[in-house]
Design a protein around this ligand. Structure first.
Ligand SMILES: Nc1ncnc2c1ncn2[C@@H]1O[C@H](COP(=O)(O)OP(=O)(O)OP(=O)(O)O)[C@@H](O)[C@H]1O
Ligand SMILES: [Mg+2]
Length: 249
């Protein structure tokens, strides 16, 4: 079982869009896939049409009790693809993590109960660099980082690199890729070229800026369902193939 986090310190960069489309392609490629929606906003749960559990304090139980995650698994409309929906209590993850002993491996412990059932766990993460983020870094084999090719995004990526270095996380876990890339904008072109030069490990495939990604909210489905032949769909598929080769490698 491999764990792939869609993560960024920055909000609104395409973490959820990526988690949803990549989970879809992974499942379609035969991986028994679970998307765990860690963001209390519940956006990926919404896209996959799954409802949040009604249980109180579910966030605490998820982190505390081994095997709890499995109890909240919901089937999606797609073969091989299940979802653990977000819950409002997830907004308190950091407080909960403090309460239950400041450990950095709570999430990885919670995911251990899924080993037999799934080949791939995809985490849709909230934008944070808190205690939850440290749990995410510990639990993940790959931390996939969407980067919009702009100055501010470059800065937050550098902050993440610095944090990884300070905290002694392996830089090799980080897989950045460009998203919302707009080839008509000079700034995007220049920033992408400069960053690719500096960080050779950026993924080759990028996701273009596209209204088809925005339409996921209207159709509540991965792009392949409603815009099969379009560039955004092909780009997510190509990105998935590149990530798959890293997962297997
Ligand atoms: N490639 C893209 N082209 C155009 N719009 C996009 C693209 N990717 C994402 N968006 C849009 O940008 C907004 C933010 O995307 P998304 O929710 O995936 O980001 P996020 O990083 O998960 O945000 P948050 O930090 O709030 O969880 C959404 O409205 C989404 O439809
Ligand atoms: Mg999101």
């Amino acid at each position: 079982m491999k764990v792939l986090a869609c993560y960024s310190i920055k909000g609104g960069v395409g973490k959820t869009a990526s988690a949803v489309n990549l989970a879809y392609w992974a499942a379609k490629s035969g991986y028994r896939t679970l998307l765990l929606d860690l963001d209390s906003q519940g956006a990926s749960s919404f896209y996959f049409r799954v409802k949040s559990p009604v249980k109180k304090n579910w966030g605490k139980r998820l982190l505390k009790a081994y095997g709890e995650v499995l109890k909240q698994v919901k089937e999606s409309d797609y073969k091989n693809l299940d979802v653990v929906p977000a819950h409002l209590s997830f907004r308190n993850f950091d407080i909960l993590l403090d309460e239950i002993g400041k450990r950095k491996n709570r999430l990885s412990q919670a995911l251990k109960g899924l080993k037999k059932e799934y080949d791939l766990i995809i985490l849709d993460c909230p934008p944070t660099i808190s205690r939850l983020a440290e749990n995410i870094f510990n639990a993940s084999d790959i931390v996939l980082v969407p980067v919009i090719p702009t100055t501010l995004s470059e800065r937050t990526f550098e902050q993440l690199l610095k944090f990884f270095k300070q905290q002694d996380y392996s830089r090799k876990k980080l897989l950045p890729f460009f998203t919302m890339a707009d080839g008509r904008k000079q700034l995007h072109r220049e920033t992408a070229t400069a960053m690719r030069k500096r960080y050779k490990y950026f993924l080759k495939h990028a996701i273009p800026y596209s209204t088809d990604v925005e339409k996921m909210g209207k159709y509540r489905a991965p792009i392949d369902i409603f815009a099969r032949g379009r560039l955004a769909n092909k780009s997510y598929f190509a990105l998935w193939k590149e990530i798959e080769s890293k997962l297997e490698g």
